[in-house]
Design a binder for this molecule. Sequence first.
Ligand code: NIG
Ligand code: FE
Length: 413
Amino acid sequence: MKKLLYNPKQIITVDTQGKNYKRGAEQSSLGILTNHSILIEDDLIAGILPNNSLNQNDVINSIDLTGKTVLPGLIECHTHLVFAGSRSSEFFQRLKGKSYEEIARAGGGINNTVEAVRKSSFDELVNSAKSKVEYFISQGVTSLEIKSGYGLSYYDEIKLLQVIKHLNEIYDIDIAATFLGAHTFPKEYKNDKKKYLEIIINEMLPYIAENNLAEFCDAFCEVTAFSAKEVDSIFNAAEKYNLKLKLHTEQFNSVGGLETALAHGAISVDHLEVLNDDQIKYFSATESVAALLPGVSYFLDYNFAPAKKMIANDAIIALATDFNPGSSNISNISFIMNLAAIKMKMSAEEIISAYTINAAKAINREKISGSIEVGKQADFSIFDSDNYLDIIYNAANNLNSMTIKKGKVIYTR
Ligand code: NIG
Ligand code: FE
């Protein structure tokens, strides 16, 4: 079935000429077309055609996008959106001077959410996740990553991954699951860390791999969570099951996580708020995507990742919300984009590259999505503006008016 996206004011192709990611200065060029239309055939992009070359037949089955801006479907590459409970009291404790790490050490933080998730049934978790997924879809997201990590037991981690799998089945967008059993040590194994590692490696990972419940294995490398050596042992096990690796690292302290993740060829390294100048240099020589999360820096009120220095060192930068109840209770993408602009000084073009093709690479989707190139999936976000700059400028406003996944209109406003 053919369909035409007719006459938008701008098509932001994020064209990579087949390279499928943007590094360093490449992130400054977006490929902006005017007076063009996009031909969709079934679920794929079949052509990007000058309007004056269209014939009457093409135009018949068309969606008139006059005055709108078309982007590749946005890719949200880092969320923890399946959770239960609220951490609002911790939020206000922090405002009175308690640090995120102090709260974690006192048994709150991630373990607070773990308690609420363990009490929640599969159905309860699905129901509370639905509106969160739908909000991302309404913002133009066509691929969404979701992590487990609030179960921290064999039963509860698998429950979370089954919720994520179910969400992928009931929604038209593509939902990628990440196993984050190594998010922190659960209370019951606080004094027997070795035992919890064994459970991850010998019980959780084999079941998850055998039942195809995750594509990625993530961990949190930090003083309050897992050491680099512990992450290394988890990654060695995950690699045997062909899971791709991700790491929450250099968030508050550098404890060897980044070096470990890069040595394992992780698909992405996320956070990086405390990178030093020597570490920034690693990024010119790696294909690991640096997934930056400015919502966390804002929500916890501390430093932002050095995005511009990283770009100058040829890094591949992605951006994401990190939507979670503790460190970034933020699911609004245009707010994240605005933070990236104001607080990290990223240009509009770098921000769009980071939320499309490079975010696709962070979840291994770059060959099929993340840019408007012939042969890729027909995934689009269509903004109610004649200029892509408005998406970032209109802080925290959702300007998306239509989301298209594999050629099908799945959301309109
Ligand atoms: O990405 N850094 C570790 N994990 C999450 C926060 C999780 C939480 O506080 O619930 C993050 O910031
Ligand atoms: Fe996270």
